[in-house]
Design a protein around this ligand. Structure first.
Ligand SMILES: [Zn+2]
Length: 342
């Protein structure tokens, strides 16, 4: 019985220790939680003007690069872009479950071939931002994209890595150089531009792009129209062909496949085009082959067919737009070409 008493005392002691440490941990967590509100959670409120300026300086919008004229005197340039995330996106974060991977693989098995056939049918080009790993895992995709001779292959990281999370200049450059080497080998042409995975930028992205000889980026959102990127007060010569979450199917169409209605989402894309058309401007639209399941694809095709009914629309790849911008005079403001019909 003595032994049992000793055991009982030991258990009580252990319980006390557990409660004490457990409670301490809980109080500590609550204190930490408290620290997330109040001034500590808002460090920017105490930054000097110098610090605030430094915070935005690494990547800033520079000159507007909207051309005075598009080719054939077109009213508007439209870039259809497809981000072939496929398995790269889950793999970059270590997801190996066959379920989520199968949903991602749809981009190669059905998504891309259906899109390519539709682009050929409507006779419009597109730019395919392709993580190298997506192309390695489905090597039939690159020849499919290049078959018509109209489409462009551009960079989308090695394995769709989020370079802001990576936050390592050397690793970022190594991965992008690897991606360039692979895509150059399989496509026969060095990619000219890059769109970062998840459209995330690190403080090093711009200089990595410069070191690797790229001419454009398409991950940022400071304007509706093309612009030059500046870094710490200096022009970089890198053209930004801006994206926006508003014109991206990826954030609306998750794997659940329920809401929102594809019809309403594509109505937004159509109205973005309508306004850009009115402004005699530029629009970049982004789609994901792994998200373009049948009910969405139906509206994608209708959207492109609708844009084609309008006169003077120049459908071009991102590289063609950059090439035109670099050899033609541009206007000073994003609205420089618009408003003859206000
Ligand atoms: Zn992506």
């Amino acid at each position: 019985m003595k032994r049992s008493n000793a055991d009982s005392i030991l258990i009580k002691l252990l319980a006390l220790v557990w409660i004490t440490f457990g409670l301490n941990a809980k109080v500590h967590a609550q204190e930490k939680e408290k620290a997330k509100i109040g001034a500590e959670a808002l460090p920017g409120i105490n930054w000097s003007v110098d610090q605030l300026e430094q915070a935005v300086a690494p990547v800033r919008p520079g000159r507007v690069l909207l051309p005075q004229k598009w080719p054939h005197n077109a009213r508007i340039a439209v870039v259809l872009s497809f981000d072939i995330d496929n398995e790269s996106y889950p793999l970059s974060t270590g997801v190996t479950g066959p379920g989520p991977l199968s949903d991602a693989e749809y981009g190669a098995t059905e998504g891309l071939p259906r899109i390519i056939a539709m682009l050929d049918r409507l006779n419009v080009p597109a730019t395919f931002f392709t993580p190298a790993v997506s192309a390695i895992l489905a090597p039939e995709m690159v020849p499919q994209i290049l078959k018509s001779g109209k489409n462009e292959i551009a960079l989308h990281g090695w394995v769709h890595e989020s370079v802001d999370i990576l936050n390592d200049a050397g690793q970022e450059q190594r991965l992008l150089a690897q991606a360039i080497a692979y895509l150059t080998k399989v496509s026969g042409k060095k990619p000219l531009g890059s769109r970062t995975g998840s459209w995330a930028f690190s403080p090093y992205t711009l200089s990595v792009d410069q070191k690797l000889g790229l001419t454009y980026d398409s991950s940022l959102m400071a304007m509706d129209v093309p612009y030059e990127l500046m870094s710490n007060g200096k022009d970089t010569g890198i053209v930004e062909l801006p994206v926006t979450w508003v014109n991206d199917d990826g954030i609306f169409f998750g794997p659940a496949g329920d809401l929102p209605s594809p019809k309403l989402v594509f109505q937004v894309f159509r109205e973005e085009f309508d306004m850009a058309y009115r402004e005699r401007s530029f629009v970049m639209l982004t789609f994901h082959p792994n998200a373009e399941r049948r009910s969405r694809f139906l509206y994608l095709e209708q959207l492109i067919a609708y844009m084609k009914t309008k006169p003077d629309v120049w459908f071009a790849t991102a590289a063609e737009v950059v090439d035109w911008i670099k050899s033609n005079p541009t206007v000073d403001t994003p609205f420089g070409r618009m408003l003859d019909e206000q």
